[in-house]
Design a protein around this ligand. Structure first.
Ligand code: NAD
Length: 448
């Protein structure tokens, strides 16, 4: 790994990866390779996660193709040096911001969208002119293999290299000197990555998880609310970092919402054919332990790694299901009488990655959005904030550090180099020693 990284440093220092033409061409090559292998990717996603071909295309393959197109269209403008204003007292000076690639990037991916969550940051890293090491998840071996195949047949390892393996391999990677580490995964492992990176002062992006609340008040359009929550929760069988983790519903609309959720589930999943599987037996066991039979409102079957949706009601913060991020198809429902209660409880919890509000009351929405901090969110919807490339995506506090998508993907892998250019035609002595009383008076006049 050290040898490959040295070769990448060499390629980078030889200026190969930095030109606009090179970056644009590599993005085109990646797009072609994805298109060529899209059936293999779909099959691998089916094998590892039982993902339907619709979800495979919408959330992994098509998602990355669209992203390449978006970035290619704007890349030239983003790469340009930008002239910015200069204070009047810096006479005959101009000031610039010049984005430059950071260098050697390490991207570590999770299992839940195993293709997209490795390729999407890769697109940003290529666009910003870097070389890249990719470490896909060991829990989705078929997808990881196809990622390696695509990369090997498209790029030289001195430019982009795939490393396969689990914890030990990742820890060995963390001993190397990268210029940026981009990690997507759990908060617990994110802390390990951050600590390791700190030893070498390597900047990090941490795309983490957490419990994302969904608040439904009495003014909400319950039918639409139920459809959008069921969609967001059971997409990928709840294994989505921004899935609604739980519902907080106003007591007087609880029964109506519960009925609407069950009706929607039956409509969306008549036979659960399109439901993704849970990634491993270990996660199935973890999820089973969260089910409190006395509180189950609705439950499908559990057949091997396929857990059909489970809705639990009358849940409180003392229930096991409310301790950690659920990351599976279990939807707990808590109730509230008045909104201040919810706001004050949520202020005591770690800042979530996403927060959703279903309400037709402008003042309720305003109260929630003004008082609670969260990475990203939606009003009367779930998940859709992640689809818009004009919105930077990331967490806050325990749910992450930094963001990407669209322009933010270019920025995160670029260093914004700044400098001034000063004319030599005029060189007033005011800032130079020897410092006289007159100069001091003048400087106090300028810098006040
Ligand atoms: P994970 O943290 O277990 O694993 C992620 C990666 O870290 C894997 O490649 C794994 O090999 C590596 N890893 C695991 N243990 C390690 C260790 N001790 N040292 C070094 N590396 C280690 O995450 P996961 O289970 O694959 O994914 C689920 C989590 O990811 C959830 O918490 C979810 O919310 C989060 N997630 C966040 C986003 C986001 O964009 N914010 C997206 C998807 C998933």
């Amino acid at each position: 790994m050290k040898q490959v990284l040295d070769a990448q440093k060499q390629l980078f220092n030889d200026q190969v990866t930095k030109s606009y033409a090179f970056r644009f061409q590599q993005l085109s090559k990646l797009k072609e390779a994805i298109l060529k292998r899209q059936n293999d990717i779909t099959q691998a996603l089916k094998k590892d996660l039982g993902k339907s071909s619709f979800e495979a295309y919408a959330t992994e393959i098509g998602y990355t193709l669209k992203s390449i197109q978006f970035i290619q269209k704007r890349l030239k403008t983003w790469m340009n040096r930008k002239k910015v204003k200069t204070p009047f007292f810096q006479l005959l000076t101009t000031s610039y911001i010049q984005p430059e690639p950071k260098g050697q990037i390490l991207i570590i991916g999770p299992f839940n969208y195993p293709f997209q969550l490795v390729i999407e940051p890769l697109i940003g890293a290529i666009a910003a002119g870097n070389t890249v090491f990719l470490k896909p998840s060991e829990f989705t071996p078929n997808v990881s293999k196809i990622i390696e195949k695509i990369i090997k047949e498209t790029f030289d390892s001195s430019y982009i290299h795939v490393v396969q393996g689990g914890v030990e391999v990742t820890q060995a990677l963390l001993d190397l000197s990268f210029d940026h580490i981009f990690f997507t995964g759990s908060t617990k492992v994110g802390q390990i990555i951050y600590e390791k990176a700190a030893q070498k002062l390597i900047p990090v992006t941490l795309e983490l998880g957490g419990k994302s609340p969904t608040i439904v008040d009495e003014t909400a359009n319950i039918k639409v609310t139920a459809r959008r929550i069921v969609y967001g929760k059971f997409l990928n069988a709840g294994q989505t970092c921004i899935a609604p983790d739980y519902i907080y519903v106003q007591q007087n609309v609880k029964d109506t919402l519960e009925k609407a959720l069950i009706d929607t589930l039956k409509e969306f999943y008549p036979n659960y054919d399109n439901l993704t599987h849970i990634v491993s037996d270990q996660h199935v066991d973890r999820l089973k332990k969260l089910i409190n039979k006395k509180k189950v409102l609705y439950q499908g079957n559990i057949i091997d790694k396929k857990i059909e949706p489970i809705i639990m009601h009358d849940v409180t913060w003392d229930d096991d299901v409310m301790k950690d991020e659920i990351f599976g198809p279990i939807l707990p429902i808590l109730t509230f009488e008045n909104l201040d209660e919810v706001i004050s409880v949520l202020k005591t919890k770690p800042k979530p990655l996403a927060l959703y509000v279903f309400s037709e009351s402008k003042s309720n929405i305003k109260r929630i959005f003004n008082q609670l901090s969260f990475g990203n969110g939606a009003i009367n919807d779930t998940i859709m904030q992640v689809v818009n490339p004009h919105l930077p995506f990331g967490g806050v506090g325990h749910s992450g550090i930094g963001n990407y998508h669209g322009k933010a993907s270019f920025d995160v892998f670029s260093h914004m180099k700044t400098y001034v250019k000063h004319s030599t035609k005029f060189d007033p002595a005011i800032a130079y020693p020897p410092y006289t009383k007159k100069k001091e008076k003048l400087i106090k006049n300028i810098l006040k």
